[in-house]
Write a protein that binds this ligand. Structure first.
Ligand SMILES: Nc1nc2c(c(=O)[nH]1)N[C@H]1C(S)=C(S)[C@@H](COP(=O)(O)OP(=O)(O)OC[C@H]3O[C@@H](n4cnc5c(N)ncnc54)[C@H](O)[C@@H]3O)O[C@H]1N2
Ligand code: MOO
Ligand code: MG
Length: 397
């Protein structure tokens, strides 16, 4: 049985990305969203010659002709309209954030002054033009593109939105996601499982993995009843853009998901990938609906979401995906000819990232994820991996 390789699976998934259009959100709620408009400076940055140290404002020419004592005419406060230095042999006290008074072009900070009876004595040999002044338009000019569209919005961009008065931001619309777990053995987190049951965990890890993308997902749990599965999933297919399943995609008698999806007209694009964990991964489309059916083992669900949903989402938002790498810190052996997502602990040394294997007891061992920082992607074409080699890294912390 020729399995779909990881690369082929990823290519199929990236070719199945969608575009959900754009919407406007309040700028303060836009962190994590993908910007869909160029952000342009409405004014110069800074908008005026900004005093950048508390002190006195003088004219360089007065200093250069030997004046060292300056009579204080007034105080230029931040937030007050611009004052004018009446006599260029005098000075005006000027505060950080204030407009530079007219006829002045140097600011000398209080630490270099002695002020007595309204006269400031300057203890300096030389001054240079525009000393301690953040010049108008030095950083950006009105009309400049400050932020290009398709950027993932972080706190830094929030400050720029506020500065230019951009209170509504055009962003990419996010897909509506429903995460579905299946299995009679699964009970609610708040319940005490009988000896044949376990508490359901995968939907919550998936919700939190999507939260890292600032995507809010709904969840549902369906028992291993084919008819119930079919009617509920039919409803979800109408209502949601993306369905993410966890479980019931392998060879079990109650693994109904593939046949139910098939009966509901979801076209299977592949089932079973040449990887571990996550081999029974099923992926399909129905028109612009996208279905990720991850294997039920918790680590399989976890790494498959990172490896496949994350890039799909980035492509759909047409923003860039961060690609990381790390150095294997010791030899590692993995026999099967599958791509192996090895759980690793990360350490930094001299600016390099080292990955130490924390293999765990298999893809059911979700507790092992607590001791891991990431997955190192070991290729499917060999079994020996040597210390010092560099491999792609999938982080989740
Ligand atoms: N004969 C074969 N058996 C299995 C194969 C195979 O190739 N041949 N594949 C194995 C692999 S690999 C995996 S992975 C699992 C995947 O099975 P399913 O996708 O059908 O998942 P389930 O059978 O529903 O559950 C597997 C396992 O995970 C637990 N589980 C499921 N959902 C949750 C949840 N929401 N929270 C916590 N734990 C969950 C479930 O109790 C099972 O223990 O199949 C192997 N079998
Ligand atoms: O392929 Mo499974 O997801 O390793 O257990
Ligand atoms: Mg199964």
């Amino acid at each position: 049985m020729n399995l779909t390789t990881v690369q082929e699976a990823l290519e199929i998934i990236l070719n199945s990305s969608e575009n959900f259009g754009t919407e406007e959100v309040d700028f303060i709620n836009s962190v994590g969203r993908v910007l869909k408009e160029d952000i342009v400076a409405d004014l110069d940055f800074p908008p005026f010659n900004r005093v950048s140290m508390d002190g006195i404002a003088i004219a360089a020419e007065a200093f250069n002709k030997g004046i060292r004592e300056f009579k204080i005419e007034d105080i230029q406060a931040a937030g007050s309209p611009q004052l004018t230095l009446q006599n260029t042999n005098n000075c005006i006290e000027a505060m950080t954030g204030a407009m530079l008074p007219k006829n002045a072009n140097v600011v000398i900070q209080y630490e270099l002054l002695d002020i007595q009876d309204g006269v400031a004595r300057v203890n300096l040999e030389t001054v240079r033009d525009f000393q301690n002044i953040h010049l108008k338009g030095l950083d950006r000019i009105k009309g400049d593109i400050l932020i290009e569209k398709n950027k993932m919005i972080s706190s830094a961009e929030i400050g720029v939105f506020a500065t230019i008065g951009k209170s509504k931001i055009k962003v990419a619309k996010q897909p509506k996601v429903m995460i579905v777990s299946t299995g009679n053995e699964l009970v609610k987190v708040t319940e005490t499982p009988a000896e044949h049951q376990i508490r359901r965990s995968n939907v919550y890890t998936l919700v939190s993995l999507l939260e890292r993308l600032h995507v809010k997902a709904k969840t549902a749990h369906i028992l291993d009843d084919k008819e119930v599965l079919k009617s509920k999933i039919e409803g979800f297919l109408n209502e949601y853009d993306v369905l993410i399943f966890s479980g019931a995609v392998s060879k079990g008698k109650f693994d109904f998901i593939p046949e139910v999806l098939d009966e509901l007209g979801v076209e299977k694009l592949f089932h079973k990938v040449k990887q571990r964990p996550g081999k029974p991964f099923w992926f399909g489309k129905k028109a612009n609906k996208t279905v990720f059916a991850f294997p039920g083992n918790p680590v399989s669900t976890f790494v498959s979401c990172l490896k496949y949903f994350y890039p799909w989402y980035s492509k759909t938002m047409s923003t860039s995906e961060e690609l990381n790498q790390a150095i294997l810190s010791e030899d590692f052996f993995f026999k099967p000819d599958l791509t192996y997502f090895l759980q690793v602990k990360l350490t930094q040394k001299e600016g390099k990232i080292y990955a130490t294997p924390i293999a765990g007891k298999g893809s059911g061992d979700l507790a092992n994820l607590v001791d891991s920082d990431a997955f190192l992607e070991l290729p499917d074409d060999r079994s020996n991996f040597t210390k010092g080699e560099v491999f792609p890294l999938i982080t989740f912390r």
